[in-house]
Design a protein. Structure first.
Length: 314
């Protein structure tokens, strides 16, 4: 469903603006009503797939990925804390219809208010949140936790904003990636992140590396996207935020053409800039793709999602 169906004037008079009042009154009106889920990028059997708000799926093929194997994204924002999900029954791969979790948390601190019978008042002291509480499909104990952690990101790829979940087995790798960038003073949103799979793992484990720096011409436009309603719906799902003015066609057409991949990871390594261990690449040629030279970009002020994508090379 397009938000274009919601007709709100672009020019809102100052007397009609009351953000705090809107957060309370409008939130009450919205409570219990679903407006759909944001599009997401998910992993399955060492592959990536796009899932839209209606649940329709598209599997990304090698020619959709950088170098035939890397998901190339710009991380716009991260949801504070961890999402936690607990299922009492063991995972059944043959189950057709998904079932609701027995307990879950959206902040990693306390169970969600919608949970009828929380396992524990707080996540920190919950026995299902302790290492060693996990069970495999055969009911045998594992070193992991029965309550599964994940990290939710809002990412930009090919002109669209997606939700991207970092699964528990990949959290350490992601944490090391973020820590390395932080130590070098580089924000996540200033690089194109390449996401691949550890080919030596028995299950899907993500690895992360810098593919390129974003061009300076696209920085302002990406910052605008990071503050959009689409991103807020992903990283602040329970918080009402006033809708921003709709983007003009000129802005929408500009964000994708402004971010070519200017530097390969090998070049960054040679220059002593941000580097990350290169994931195993048994499936590919052993070398990441060489990004194209930056093309002259439109002004960030009139840069559309498509123009940003073209400039990023995503």
């Amino acid at each position: 469903m397009s938000t274009d169906l919601v007709q709100i004037p672009k020019d809102i008079p100052s007397f009609a603006l009351a953000i705090n009042e809107a957060k309370t009154l409008n939130a009450d009106a919205l409570q219990g009503i679903s407006t759909g889920f944001p599009p997401s990028i998910r992993i399955k059997r060492n592959g990536f797939r796009i899932v839209d708000g209606n649940g329709d799926e598209i599997n990304l093929k090698p020619n959709d990925l950088a170098g035939g194997e890397y998901l190339d994204i710009v991380i716009l924002a991260a949801k504070p804390g961890l999402n936690k999900v607990y299922y009492e029954a063991a995972y059944d791969p043959n189950q057709v219809e998904p079932s609701a979790p027995d307990c879950f948390s959206l902040d990693g601190v306390t169970p969600d208010k919608s949970v009828n019978k929380p396992v524990n008042p707080t996540c920190g002291t919950c026995p299902m949140n302790a290492f060693g509480s996990g069970r495999n499909a055969a009911g045998q104990p594992t070193k992991g936790k029965a309550c599964v952690d994940s990290k939710i990101l809002a990412v930009f790829r090919k002109g669209s904003v997606y939700s991207f979940k970092i699964p528990p087995a990949s959290l350490k790798n992601f944490g090391l990636y973020v820590k390395n960038l932080t130590n070098r003073g580089v924000p996540l949103g200033n690089v194109i992140t390449y996401v691949g799979f550890d080919e030596d793992a028995d299950y899907s484990v993500l690895q992360f590396r810098v593919g390129a720096f974003i061009p300076e011409s696209a920085k302002e436009a990406l910052l605008t996207v990071s503050k959009s309603q689409e991103v807020a719906d992903i990283v602040c799902p329970m918080e009402y935020r006033a809708l921003p003015p709709p983007k003009s066609d000129a802005v929408v057409d500009a964000v994708a053409a402004a971010v070519p991949q200017a530097t390969t990871a090998q070049t960054l390594a040679a220059s002593g800039k941000v580097t990350e261990p290169v994931p195993s690449r048994k499936r590919g040629s052993g070398r990441p793709p060489t990004p194209a030279e930056p093309a002259p970009a439109a002004s960030a002020a009139v840069m559309s999602d498509d123009e940003i994508t073209k400039a990023l090379g995503l």
